[in-house]
Design a protein around this ligand. Structure first.
Ligand SMILES: NC(=O)c1ccc[n+]([C@@H]2O[C@H](COP(=O)([O-])OP(=O)(O)OC[C@H]3O[C@@H](n4cnc5c(N)ncnc54)[C@H](O)[C@@H]3O)[C@@H](O)[C@H]2O)c1
Length: 369
């Protein structure tokens, strides 16, 4: 069964976000909106192999399916890969009615979405997200893009899809690590907008949700609701949408300092939220930190060493594209569900918060060892 939510942003007509086990009937409905016998299918190479049945069932809806396999991994979000895919599309003489299906995780969605938004000034885009992170986060909100040597996601567009259809069954072939990675963002939604998510998860081992699809579906729905509510009100990230970056100022600096790929984005966001919680308390918040911290063992299962000094962290933050002209900006909480943005000019405070975070990580390692 599919659960559906309707979304209309400042930038788009109403479209549907559907989550569930039987996506095909919904995909069929969407395909019938475009009078085209052909369609592009940009598919993550692992998904093409591991989810061949799903992919074949979707491509079979068209007389002329045009499949392109995207090499798995972040390095595909490059100008070369984008160019190759644009050339591939143009070689098939598409008209503007030929839809693009992006089937995979956030890499496929970002890259495939960027190609869809740029070929002939835009082909209809349908996201079929197949990682937990893509389902709750990257497929929603219309941000597409690729990386540039100057930084991550620096080239891209705001381009809303015509539909997002998330087949939860596809998560069965996802590795444990990739599955847990999605919980960085899920816990974030709980912290910034829907604390019930934190409460519901507090009695669970996160990996247990793999086998509890009804609970997973309801958590996923809550997350999608949080993200869509924010994106509807602030499509182009001018203000409100910034609260989605809770934990991310720390996370981006951690990823950058450790070296991309050394820690998953979800893990970096998780540590970033521990730090942002400490900063929030320094600024006067009262929050139950254990609701986040108790998932340390699940989230940090691969035992990464976060050996970053406060000076290194702040230096990495100072090159982050989201900082303001004068100081560092952080999303912090008054309480769970009440986020605000604070500019911090006192660098000593950030040093102190990061030192406290490192101590906290040590304690959690001992506590949950
Ligand atoms: N556009 C946005 O708003 C937004 C938001 C958050 C993150 N992102 C971007 O998303 C990307 C990260 O996304 P991700 O975590 O989904 O990574 P990903 O797309 O690299 O997928 C992770 C891994 O899972 C594999 N995979 C995907 N689906 C699978 C399945 N069903 N079964 C087995 N393996 C599967 C992929 O091959 C890959 O190896 C980053 O590039 C990030 O910048 C974008």
């Amino acid at each position: 069964m599919l659960d559906k939510q309707q979304v209309r942003t400042q930038q788009s007509d109403e479209y549907i976000i559907a989550v569930g086990d039987e996506p095909l009937s919904e995909i069929q409905k969407i395909s019938s909106l475009y009078n085209s016998t052909k369609a592009f299918f940009f598919v993550d190479s692992n998904v093409l192999e591991l989810q061949s049945e799903l992919v074949e069932s979707i491509t079979a809806l068209y007389d002329e399916p045009i499949v392109y396999s995207i090499p798995a991994g972040e390095s595909s979000k490059s100008t070369q890969q984008w160019m190759e895919m644009v050339t591939f599309c143009l070689s098939h003489n598409p008209d503007r009615n030929v839809p693009v299906y992006a089937i995979g995780g956030g890499v496929t969605g970002d890259l495939g979405g960027f190609v869809a938004s740029t070929v002939m000034r835009g082909l209809p885009l349908i996201h079929i997200p197949t990682t937990l992170l893509a389902i709750v986060d990257s497929s929603i909100g219309g941000k597409t893009g690729i990386n540039h040597p100057a930084g991550k996601n620096l080239v891209g567009t705001f381009y809303q899809p015509k539909a997002v259809i998330a087949p939860l069954n596809a998560l069965l072939t996802l590795s444990d690590e990739e599955f847990l990675c999605g919980f960085g963002e899920i816990l974030k939604y709980g912290a910034i907008a829907d604390p019930d998510i934190l409460t519901i998860l507090s009695t669970r081992d996160l990996s247990e949700l793999r086998d509890n699809t009804s609970l997973l579906k309801s958590i996923v729905q809550r997350c999608i609701k949080v993200k869509t509510d924010i994106v509807i009100r602030d499509t182009k990230e001018s203000n409100l949408r910034m609260i989605l970056n809770y934990g991310h100022t720390f996370a981006h600096a951690i990823e950058k300092q450790l070296g991309y790929g050394k820690i998953s984005h979800g893990q970096a966001v998780y540590i970033g939220m521990i730090a942002a919680g400490i900063l929030s308390r320094e600024l006067g918040a009262t929050i139950k930190e254990e609701l986040i911290e108790q998932h340390f063992n699940s989230m940090m299962i691969s035992g990464i060493d976060i050996a970053i000094t406060p000076e290194q962290l702040v230096s990495a933050m100072q090159t982050d594209k989201k900082r303001s002209a004068t100081g560092l900006r952080f999303v912090v909480l008054k309480q769970y569900g009440r986020p605000y943005v604070e500019q911090v000019d006192d660098i000593e405070l950030i040093y102190k918060v990061w030192a406290a975070t490192l101590t906290k990580i040590k304690e959690l390692k001992l506590q949950y060892a």
